[in-house]
Write a protein that binds this ligand. Structure first.
Ligand code: GLU
Length: 492
C-alpha cells in the first residue's frame, strides 16, 4: 500500500530552499529542492527559492547562477524567489541586511541578546578546559551579565566582537515530521552567536527571520541542520514568529555509509549535466533517495511522484547514493527518449570529426549501442570506430581464442569474397545480414566464432563492440569491405 498522508494539510504550504552559493548545486540540495517542490505541488502550495549569501567571503555570483540554472534544468522551477520576485522579497540575504537590524535591536533591548567581548584566545582556552573535563564545549557565559562599568571598560579597549543570544536553560522539544518527537536542552548549546557586533546577522538568525517574514509553513531540509533547529525555535519564539513545522531529510551516504563524497560519484548536478545525464532520470533517481513510495514501483515521472509523495514516506536512516543504479536508470530514460530529441542531444558528445554526420547515420549508430549506453558522454568511446578513417589495433586481436592466425586469415578472405558478392540491398538490414553470414558459416563448415570474431574486429578494431552485421549496416558495403581488406593486409 502506498503511504497515505496521515494528516490533511489544512493550509496551502509555503516551503523553500535556501542554498548558499558557496559551490554548485549539490545532489543533496537538489533532492531537498525536489522534496520541497513535490510537497508544494501536491498541496497547492508555494515553492520559494532564496539565496543564503550571508557568508560573503565564500559566496559568489557565479555559483548562484549555476545553482539557479541547474534547478531550472532539473525542472524544479519556483513560484516565488530570486529572479522571479514575490511579495516577501528581496530574496537574497545580502539585499536584506536592513530588514534584520530591527530584530537584532529588539533582542538586545529585551535583554534576550547581549554583546560579547571575549577574545578568540579566551574562547579557545574555555573550549580546551571544557573538553578536558568531558563537557560539551559551550560558551561559559563570561559576558552574559556584565555591569555597565565592565561594558564601558571593554568599549574603551576596542569594543565587542559579537552578539550572543541568551538561551533559556529549558527543554526544547518539537515534532519532526519525519523523525517524530525531538528533545533538546538549552544546556546542550549555551548562548550562541547570532550576529557580528556591527549587526551583520549570522546564518542561524538570518535564516529564521527569513522563514518568519516569508511565512514559511514547513522547513524541509537536510538532517545536518537538525542541531540548528532547537536554537532557531528559541529565536523564533523570542522574535514572535510562529514556529514552522520541521522535516529533516536523511543524509546521502557513500556505499560504506560515510557521508556522501566524490567516492560515490560526482557530487554536483552540473557534473551530471555535462556528462549527458537526463533531468528526468536524475529526478526519478534522487526521489528514491530516502523516500520510500511503499510499493516496488521504481520508475516515476513528475506527475506520478507528485501523486505518490508524502513526508511520511521519507526514511529516518541515511540513503546510499548508488551511481550504478543512477546510470542504469539514465540508460532506461535514454532508450525511451524520442529519436527526434535524442539525435540533437547526442551530437555535442561526438568526437569533433564526427559532429557533421547525418541524422540518419547517427540514428543507426545509436541503435547499435543503445543497450550499452548509460549517459550521453559515453557515445564517443562506444562509437568512435564508426567515424575513423583508419582503425588502429593489434593484429593479434583479430585471432579468435579458439583459432589461429592462418585460419583467421583464410576466414577473413573467404568472408570478404562472400560479402563482395552479396547484393547492396542485403546491407540495408542487420537481421538479414546476420542470417546470410550464418548461412555462409554453415555452408563453408566454419565456426561462428571463427568468422564473426575476426570480422567484428576488422570492422571495429575493438575487443567489445556491436556485432559485425550491425556495424556493416551502419557503415555500408564499401567501407566494410575496405576495413576487411586492411585487416587482411595487417595479418599478412
Ligand atoms: N543555506 C543552508 C544550506 O545550504 C540551508 C538552510 C536551510 O534550509 O534552512 O544548507
Amino acid at each position: 500500500m502506498p503511504h497515505q498522508a496521515k494528516q490533511a494539510i489544512e493550509i496551502a504550504p509555503r516551503v523553500r530552499i535556501a542554498p548558499s552559493p558557496t559551490g554548485g548545486l549539490h545532489v543533496g540540495t537538489a533532492r531537498t529542492a525536489l522534496f520541497n517542490w513535490l510537497f508544494a505541488r501536491k498541496h497547492n502550495g508555494t515553492f520559494i527559492v532564496r539565496i543564503e549569501d550571508t557568508d560573503r567571503a565564500r559566496s559568489t555570483l557565479a555559483y548562484e547562477k549555476a545553482i539557479l540554472e541547474d534547478l531550472k534544468w532539473l525542472g524544479l522551477t519556483w513560484d516565488e524567489g530570486v529572479e522571479k520576485g514575490g511579495k516577501f522579497g528581496p530574496y537574497k540575504q545580502v539585499e536584506r541586511t536592513d530588514l534584520y537590524r530591527p530584530f537584532i535591536e529588539k533582542l538586545l533591548a529585551a535583554d534576550l541578546a547581549y554583546y560579547c567581548y571575549c577574545t578568540p584566545e579566551e574562547l579557545a582556552e574555555d573550549r580546551k578546559k571544557m573538553l578536558a573535563s568531558g563537557k560539551p564545549p559551550i560558551y561559559v557565559g563570561r559576558c552574559c551579565a556584565l555591569t555597565k562599568e565592565q561594558i564601558d571598560a571593554h568599549r574603551n579597549k576596542g569594543g565587542a566582537a559579537v552578539i550572543r543570544f541568551r538561551v533559556s536553560r529549558t527543554d526544547i522539544s518539537f515534532k519532526d515530521e519525519i523523525r517524530g518527537e525531538m528533545k533538546f536542552h538549552g544546556n546542550d548549546f549555551g548562548d550562541f552567536v547570532i550576529a557580528k557586533a556591527d549587526g551583520a546577522p549570522l546564518f542561524l538568525l538570518a535564516n529564521i527571520i527569513d522563514d518568519g517574514l516569508m511565512k514559511i509553513s514547513h522547513v524541509i531540509r537536510g538532517e545536518d541542520h537538525l542541531p540548528n533547529t532547537p536554537k532557531q525555535i528559541l529565536l523564533a519564539r523570542a522574535l514572535g514568529f510562529p514556529i514552522p513545522k520541521y522535516a529533516h531529510l536523511p543524509l546521502l551516504l557513500n556505499p560504506d555509509r560515510s557521508k556522501m563524497s566524490k567516492r560515490a560519484g560526482p557530487t554536483h548536478v552540473g557534473e551530471y549535466r555535462k556528462l549527458g545525464y537526463l533531468p528526468d532520470a536524475i529526478i526519478n533517481y534522487i526521489a528514491l533517495l530516502g523516500w520510500n513510495p511503499g510499493t516496488t514501483q521504481e520508475l516515476y515521472d513528475r506527475m506520478a511522484l507528485t501523486e505518490a509523495f508524502t513526508l511520511e514516506g521519507i526514511n529516518k536512516s541515511g540513503a546510499v547514493f548508488d551511481l550504478k543504479r543512477l546510470q542504469w536508470m539514465n540508460g532506461l530514460y535514454l532508450r525511451k527518449m524520442p529519436v527526434k530529441e535524442l539525435i540533437p542531444a547526442l551530437r555535442p558528445f561526438l568526437p569533433e570529426h564526427a559532429k557533421k554526420v547525418s541524422a540518419e547515420m547517427l540514428e543507426r549508430v545509436f541503435l547499435t549501442i543503445k543497450e550499452r549506453i548509460s549517459f550521453l558522454a559515453e557515445i564517443s568511446e562506444l562509437t568512435d570506430f564508426y567515424f575513423s578513417e583508419k582503425l588502429s589495433y593489434d593484429s593479434a586481436l583479430l585471432v579468435w581464442k579458439k583459432s589461429t592466425a592462418e585460419e583467421t586469415l583464410a576466414a577473413l578472405k573467404a568472408t570478404h569474397e562472400f560479402l563482395k558478392k552479396l547484393p547492396e540491398k542485403e546491407f540495408s538490414k542487420a537481421e538479414t545480414l546476420e542470417l546470410s553470414l550464418k548461412t555462409f558459416v554453415k555452408d563453408t563448415g566454419r565456426s561462428v566464432g571463427g568468422v564473426f570474431w575476426p570480422l567484428r574486429v576488422a570492422l571495429t578494431g575493438k575487443e567489445a563492440s556491436p556485432g559485425p552485421q550491425e556495424v556493416l549496416w551502419v557503415i555500408g558495403k564499401d567501407q566494410g569491405l575496405g576495413r576487411i581488406e586492411s585487416a587482411i593486409a595487417l595479418l599478412e
